[in-house]
Design a protein around this ligand. Sequence first.
Ligand SMILES: Cc1cc2nc3c(=O)[nH]c(=O)nc-3n(C[C@H](O)[C@H](O)[C@H](O)COP(=O)(O)O)c2cc1C
Length: 207
Amino acid sequence: MNPVLKALEFRHACKKFDPERQIPRAELEEIIECARLSPSSFGMEPWKFLVIADPEIRQRLRPACWNQPQITDCSHVIAILTKPEAVKPDTDYIKAMFARRELGAEAEAAYLQRYREHMQAEVEPQMSYHAWASKQCYIALGNLMTAAAAVGIDSCPIEGFAKAGVEQALGLDGKQQQIAVLVALGYRAGAQTPRLRLSQEQLVEYL
Ligand SMILES: Cc1cc2nc3c(=O)[nH]c(=O)nc-3n(C[C@H](O)[C@H](O)[C@H](O)COP(=O)(O)O)c2cc1C
């Protein structure tokens, strides 16, 4: 069996974590590495990963997250943040991200122009920079959860929160750094709910 499929069959949105079990640091770092290696539009890596073990911060965070017990019971909460100001066209960040490719001045200028035009034509009319960056963050989220599942670590993606409340609890300014999504990581306590999915027949069309 494809090992990724095996991991995906193990993964479920864990509602009840064992509060006594902690993920070893080396395993945690390897899981985060899988998120770090995720692809992003134009290679802009518009994310940051805030790894929260501190019980006090998690107590503060929980009320902003519909009081969900996963926030305090899991081993670690990872907040995936966007950098919406940094990824606007022609910022120092964007310039540095293209410059690191060492393509030469002409190619670099062409990339900056392509990026600027794409953002102005396709992104700005449709969504905020936070929303655009969040789309990339969710790719990292998926890789992170699959990587965790591959080594028997449970997760729960968490979007059930009040954005401003989470940002306040985490001391984010809500401008340079904003919350895209949270993920709780740890080990399941007890049986999990059955998996419900539409079938391939309902979802897939071959042309
Ligand atoms: C972006 C996103 C946000 C979610 N937010 C929550 C959440 O706040 N709390 C929760 O218990 N589950 C949350 N879930 C889990 C979904 O409810 C779950 O993935 C879905 O019901 C399918 O179940 P399964 O993942 O166990 O197969 C979220 C899932 C995603 C992808």
